[in-house]
Design a protein around this ligand. Structure first.
Ligand SMILES: Nc1ncnc2c1ncn2[C@@H]1O[C@H](COP(=O)(O)OP(=O)(O)OP(=O)(O)O)[C@@H](O)[C@H]1O
Length: 299
């Protein structure tokens, strides 16, 4: 793919979804067990700069959809289009190139780094997939570390994964995802491994990336608060099917389906209740442990 070709395609893609999933299904066959339909006729789209969250209980099929979108798993039926091109119809070579536009971030950053590779080595490998010339790679690695607020970047670039905290490793995972300048990040439970204070920081980082770099996100989460903070639209999955989807606030404020109402009742009863009439108190109460930062909350 030449640069003008890519630029032409980007222009012709303006306003179109960066990711479009059409009617995908997946059945797993395990020896000695009945066939299990994990994903059943799921369709959704993500537009440039938009964050769409797939929410649902454990086992509802969210990660299986993400894996099919990332082309890590082939659907039994249906189609996945990345920037208008069918992933299932691409040659392995074309898939390798095109897939750079879509990068994953997974839940457990420890598992996704080679313990013998330094931060520089991991980032260099990711940067090398893109178009950055060799002499500029070090500067790009430092820039990426700054973008994910591992500052000053010189303090981190020669470290090894075990020399980083869990939150810092997740930032590094995000830096690595940003390296090939993706248009879409598919993040599967990116906050689940982090404790409460780190969750808020990573969440704000993801919000900043969305706002500043116009990167689209497909966010997989069981946590309605995280979906509410980050996503403009939510897709609710239950037993492999989409039971409800729409604008986040609309779904959260007036869910149509009983299943969505149950999910919300489990986590949002405090947050979505009308604010109590303020009564003057001598000191403001401390934030509840699961609360999100103001910036995230107002998103
Ligand atoms: N490779 C596989 N082989 C067999 N069954 C699988 C496989 N991958 C997933 N499943 C099953 O498919 C169902 C959906 O799994 P999936 O991981 O997509 O759910 P999820 O909503 O992401 O759940 P969680 O939030 O716990 O990760 C589960 O019942 C799971 O056990």
């Amino acid at each position: 793919m030449s640069a003008p070709e890519t630029a032409r395609e980007e222009t012709s893609q303006a306003g179109k979804p960066v990711l479009e999933i059409r009617n995908i299904s997946k059945t797993f066959h395990l020896p000695g067990a009945e066939a299990f339909k994990a994903v059943d006729d799921v369709s959704l789209s993500v537009h440039p700069g938009e964050c769409v969250a797939i929410v649902g209980e454990s086992g509802s099929g969210k990660s299986t959809v993400a894996r099919m979108a990332l082309s890590l798993l082939r659907p039994d039926s249906g189609q996945v289009f990345l920037e208008g091109r069918s992933l299932l119809d691409m040659s392995p070579r074309e898939l390798r190139t095109r897939r750079l536009a879509m990068q994953p971030v997974f839940q457990d950053p420890s598992a996704s780094f080679n313990p013998r590779r330094s931060v520089w080595s991991s980032l260099r490998q990711a940067i090398a997939q893109g178009t950055t010339p060799e002499p500029d790679m070090r500067a790009r690695a430092l820039e990426l570390l700054s973008q994910v607020e591992l500052r000053p970047p010189e303090n981190y670039v020669e470290r090894y994964p075990h020399e980083l905290s869990g939150g810092q490793r997740q930032r590094l995972a995000i830096a690595r995802a940003l390296a090939p300048r993706p248009r879409l990040i598919i993040a599967d439970e990116p906050l689940s491994g982090a404790d409460v204070s780190i969750r808020a920081q990573i969440l704000n980082l993801l919000l900043d990336l969305q706002a500043q770099q116009n990167i689209a996100f497909l966010l997989i989460t069981h946590d309605m608060l995280v979906a509410r903070a980050l996503a403009q639209r939510v897709v609710v999955m239950h037993h492999g099917r989409i039971v409800e989807q729409g604008e986040t606030e609309q779904v959260m404020q007036s869910p149509r389906e009983a299943y969505t109402q149950r999910l919300l009742a489990a986590v949002l009863d405090v947050d979505l209740a009308p604010p109590p009439t303020p009564t003057p108190t001598p000191a403001s109460p401390s934030a509840p442990p699961d609360s999100l930062p103001n910036k995230a909350r107002s998103a």
